[in-house]
Design a protein around this ligand. Structure first.
Ligand code: SF4
Length: 732
């Protein structure tokens, strides 16, 4: 294999007319795209039919990919706050200012006085993956937070405990399965999460065309539930009891056929004994006979995959739920088999560069919450900023994140951000979070930089690889994300050089000065599956074949075996028992039979909080409403379309309500990522999008074992509030 001299196709020249292949990096589905460019501007985007993974699929967000590149509201040069005003500033001035203020804070108050929050887009950008971590390491803070703890931390914790690495996560072998059991996930809208499955709609149809079944358990009749062979409502947060009762049934009826490398079955049998199908019916609403039948059908299927995502992860027992899903797959013999759940074998094994995982090496200062894999729960950010004392966060860095809209008690977090001594945001929007910053450093957009999905190839339902060179050249006075990280890392290292050895500084300088694409070329070479030269020659992507069995060799546990019952995980069953007894102080939502509980939802047109500034995706029927079952509306004498007040322990919002039988009685739903604010932001279109932030209701006290926020299953009350035309955020 020869080392490539030219590492990327050149960007299109000014006035170019023609087509270019690229990738959509907006979500985990990583679809291949074909851009038509007319006179230097993107005139249309379609799915690339030659992409071996996405096969021509594209969703509405992919069609809008260029809107961000062209968005007049997007920041292109650094902004520095002067009082209430923002001033555009030279890069060097802004970077020096940031490095000075961060270094001063560290010198005066210690390393933990700087907090960092990394938003979800960081895992979708090559430059963030290669250069973000060195920057965070240069800060040296333990006050690290990210979107992981409002999303998938439970799945990672379980993967580490069972398989030995937090990113050794099995994914459904969708193209060969004959039984797909889905809990708290909506791949018809998402195209998979922790399961990169572009064109899920066609793949789902193929399961049914070959005689397979799709079974969905969810408190909402989602788009996936609507195309499924079977859908059952289950109460939010009760999935864990359903899953434990399925395990109970599996062992009770002698259906277990675990692989030889699995230990702990007898202990598991004892642990799940109390979780009977009858208990599950009382807690979840799923009838005993349905639970037993689904368990038997799942075990008997020739290739079956149980899959749970955000609706399961973001509950008070997300870790136990993911553990039970893994046990169900393992005990039924569906792990590492075609049609079951399998482990991708990517061209770059990102697991080699990410730590395996650890838990409770240190704790948060205020609430004493354990870290997971070097991060503290995002739900603890506010208190760590506001509570005076040693290790208090006084300066804050956000990178491509909008935690004011995406983490629990966002309104409270916004107040806390205003109390900081200094804040810098690496982001190209002036949004609900970055408006609290003193400096905003805007990176280039996806179409201006090289791209390779380091993370999502490792979670894909087929082994493929694809490198997408930048489509457009970056303007002269702009910085890529990795260049911002590089420049800040070097400046910080220089300012804090007393604390770093010469060797550390030289290694850090070499690492951060090497471009992401060059690093990628080396990583591909280490992987020995495909070279960057081959990928450059095939911008549509290279097919590396279907998933293959890799166990037990690929296990990263000390003994290359799977212990089904690690103490850390099964220890949380005590908290579950307390919750079932209705006792408070469990750290999870108090079980409130008969009360309303709030869940989130996502739409195909929404990309968390940050794609509402494109008109293309905000047209059409409004979708911001609180969904509520007609019987719950009638019981409260509330009319469909009314303005209602939704109140939780944390706060209240006013929003229109929409009646629908698609939601379980006793459950209400708000979409995630809404609630854009007019004041202080530059989101001219998003500010016109109606709706409220669900995270003005979610509760930072409700946490899973992993520290993940329990965003689903929040107890709320709903009452009539008046004229829907006056639907406003209560705080405005
Ligand atoms: S599903 Fe849509 S947003 Fe996701 S990668 Fe594909 S085109 Fe992009």
């Amino acid at each position: 294999m020869r080392f490539p001299l030219r590492l990327a196709e050149p960007p299109v020249p000014p006035g170019f007319t023609g087509t270019r292949l690229t990738a959509c990096n907006l979500c985990e589905a990583i679809c291949g795209l074909e851009l038509t460019i007319t006179n230097g501007e993107v005139s249309s985007i379609r799915g690339n039919p030659d992409d071996p993974l996405s096969r021509g699929y594209i969703c509405p967000k992919g069609v809008a990919l260029a809107d961000t590149y062209e968005d007049p509201d997007r920041l292109r040069r650094p902004l520095v706050r002067r009082g209430e005003d923002w001033t555009e500033t030279d890069w060097d001035v802004a970077l020096d200012l940031v490095a000075d203020r961060l270094a001063e804070t560290i010198e005066r108050h210690g390393r933990d006085s700087v907090g960092v929050y990394l938003g979800n887009p960081n895992v979708h950008a090559l430059g963030s993956a290669t250069h973000g971590l060195p920057f965070v390491k240069a800060l040296g803070t333990r006050n690290r937070f990210s979107a992981t703890t409002v999303d998938q931390a439970p799945a990672q914790l379980v993967a580490w405990q069972l398989f030995g690495h937090q990113l050794l996560i099995p994914v459904p072998d969708l193209d060969r399965t004959s039984y797909f059991l889905v809990l708290g996930a909506n791949p018809m809208a998402s195209n998979g999460s922790l399961m990169t499955a572009p064109d899920f709609p066609k793949r789902a149809r193929a399961i049914q065309d070959r005689g397979g079944r799709i079974v969905v358990l969810d408190p909402r009749r989602t788009e996936t539930a609507k195309i499924a062979d079977e859908h059952h409502f289950v109460r939010p947060g009760s999935d864990v009891v359903v899953l434990l009762a399925m395990l109970h049934t599996l062992v009770d009826e002698g259906l277990a056929r675990p692989p030889a490398y699995v230990d702990g079955i007898d202990r598991l049998r004892r642990l799940v004994a109390p979780f009977t199908p009858g208990l599950a019916e009382r807690i979840s609403g799923l009838p005993v006979e349905d639970l037993r039948r689904i368990t038997r059908e799942f075990c008997a299927a020739d290739g079956a995959a149980a899959y749970g995502r955000v609706g399961v992860s973001t509950t008070g027992f997300g870790t136990l739920s993911h553990w039970a899903i893994a046990c169900l797959n393992l005990l039924s013999g569906h792990v590492d088999r075609p049609g079951g759940v399998m482990f991708p074998d990517p061209a770059v094994d990102v697991r080699r560069f990410v730590g395996r995982g650890h838990f409770d090496r240190y704790r948060s200062r205020v609430r004493g919450l354990p870290e997971y894999a070097g991060e503290l729960p995002a739900a603890a950010m506010r208190e760590e900023i506001e509570t005076r004392g040693d290790r208090q966060i006084r300066a804050f860095v956000t990178v491509a994140g909008n935690p004011v809209l995406s983490t629990p008690d966002g309104r409270g977090l916004a107040e806390a951000l205003d109390a900081l001594d200094f804040m810098v945001a690496i982001d190209f929007y002036l949004n609900e979070t970055t408006r609290h910053a003193d400096v905003i450093l805007p990176p280039t957009t996806a179409l201006e930089r090289d791209h390779y999905d380091l993370v999502f190839h490792a979670l894909a339902i087929r082994n493929t690889a694809r490198f997408s060179p930048a489509v457009f050249a970056k303007p002269a006075d702009s910085r890529h994300d990795w260049e911002i990280f590089r420049d800040l890392t070097l400046r910080l290292t220089q300012r804090l050089q007393r604390k770093a050895s010469l060797k550390t500084r030289l290694v850090r300088r070499a690492r951060v000065s090497t471009s992401p694409t060059t690093q990628l070329a080396v990583l591909l070479r280490l992987g020995r599956k495909v070279s960057i030269r081959q990928l450059r020659t095939h911008p549509e992507g290279v097919d590396l074949g279907p998933l293959k069995p890799v166990l037990p060799e690929r296990l990263q546990t000390a003994d290359h075996r799977v212990d089904l019952v690690p103490d850390l995980l099964v220890g949380d069953l005590d908290r579950l028992r307390l919750w079932l007894e209705g006792r408070s102080g469990t750290g999870s939502e108090a079980r409130s039979d008969g009360a309303l509980v709030l869940i989130g939802r996502r739409h195909k047109q929404d990309n968390n909080s940050w794609f509402h500034n494109t008109t293309r995706l905000t047209r059409g029927k409004p979708r911001h409403q609180l969904l509520m079952h007609p019987s719950d509306l009638a019981a409260r004498r509330i009319d469909d379309g009314s303005l209602v007040e939704v109140t939780s322990r944390v706060g209240s919002v006013r929003v229109e309500v929409a009646a629908t039988a698609d939601i379980m009685p006793g459950v209400v739903s708000l979409p995630h990522g809404y609630g854009h604010q007019l004041d202080g932001t530059r989101l001219r279109n998003a500010a016109k999008v109606p709706g409220v932030s669900i995270n003005d209701l979610t509760d930072p006290e409700l946490l899973d074992l992993s520290g993940n926020a329990a965003l689903n299953g929040v107890p709320v009350t709903v009452s009539e509030a008046g004229d829907p035309h006056r639907a406003v955020h209560q705080a405005e």
